[in-house]
Write a protein that binds this ligand. Structure first.
Ligand code: NAP
Length: 248
């Protein structure tokens, strides 16, 4: 049982995790933090979190589990800010789609507290964003990859594993480099292809007719192009070596 769960970034992934842990009665109090007060208010109205904290320090204080569910590009700054606020018993984890870059950022930002950081990535999602898109069953029967480093605290790994198991997910462990090579092929490349297909079609002269006649095959091949382009831009850049290999 998590006593105080702090979710930084109550969007699709953070909101779905909060919903699943609440349904499993795996957390006593769920506190949420994000930049926009209206987003936090909505998370409260939907019953996703128990408490909204506008100040990061208040959100993290006394939490025994801190989950970063923000875009990969926002992780470094947030890790730096939370480092001095972490309680002695806190485990910290993330849900970022790239692991090597996040691990490097966490090592730099957390310093001596780095061993409490357990890098993670749920292999589940949709092309939608925000807390409205979150749902309780997102992780059920799906996989979550953890990429602990040699100096990661085994106790923290166990607690993060237990948290994800409570959502109904299956846990896989691998190195961050292996994760990034695999996800470049299975996720990052398909996103780039989806965006590129839509972009290429819109640049053609007869694009209005093409859009009108684009049916299920085009829709299926480009579903992921409805994802947040800024988020995916940073994911692909953060894993650029493996993505370029995948493109080749
Ligand atoms: P999302 O729905 O847009 O949620 C992101 C949340 O982070 C929002 O609540 C946003 O709220 C908050 N946020 C953004 N920048 C912040 C900052 N600097 N400080 C505090 N809060 C901040 O995105 P998502 O799809 O859940 O993605 C979150 C993470 O999950 C990403 O790292 C992504 O790589 C990973 N992931 C995504 C998927 C997927 O399919 N979407 C799957 C697996 C993993 P405010 O705007 O109010 O700050």
């Amino acid at each position: 049982m998590i006593n105080k769960l702090c979710i930084i970034g109550v969007g699709l992934i953070g909101g779905s995790l909060a919903r699943a842990l609440r349904a499993a009665k795996a957390a006593r109090t769920i506190v949420g933090h994000s930049r926009d007060a209206a987003h936090l208010q909505r998370a409260m109205e939907l019953g996703v979190i128990d408490r909204a904290e506008r100040l990061l320090a208040d959100a993290v204080r006394d939490a025994d589990m801190v989950v970063l569910a923000v875009p990969v590009g926002a992780m470094t700054e947030l890790l730096r800010e939370i480092a001095p606020q972490l309680s002695q018993r806190a485990a910290v984890t993330d849900v970022g789609s790239v692991k090597g870059a996040v691990v490097a950022a966490a090592r730099d930002a957390l310093g001596a507290r780095f061993p409490v950081f357990v890098p993670g990535h749920p292999i589940a999602g949709t092309e939608k964003s925000g807390v409205e898109a979150s749902f309780v069953e997102l992780f059920k029967g799906q996989r979550v990859v953890l990429t602990p480093e040699p100096d990661t605290d085994p106790g923290a790994v166990q607690r993060v594993t237990d948290m994800w198991r409570a959502t109904g997910a299956e846990i896989l462990t691998m190195t961050a480099a292996h994760h990034d090579d695999v996800l470049a092929v299975t996720s990052h490349l398909p996103h780039m292809l989806g965006y590129t297909l839509v972009d290429a079609l819109l640049k053609l002269d007869d694009n209005k007719t093409m859009v009108a006649l684009a049916a299920s095959s085009f829709r299926d091949a480009t579903r992921v192009a409805a994802s947040d382009p800024e988020m995916w831009h940073v994911i692909c850049l953060s894993n650029r070596v493996a993505v370029v290999e995948a493109l080749k």
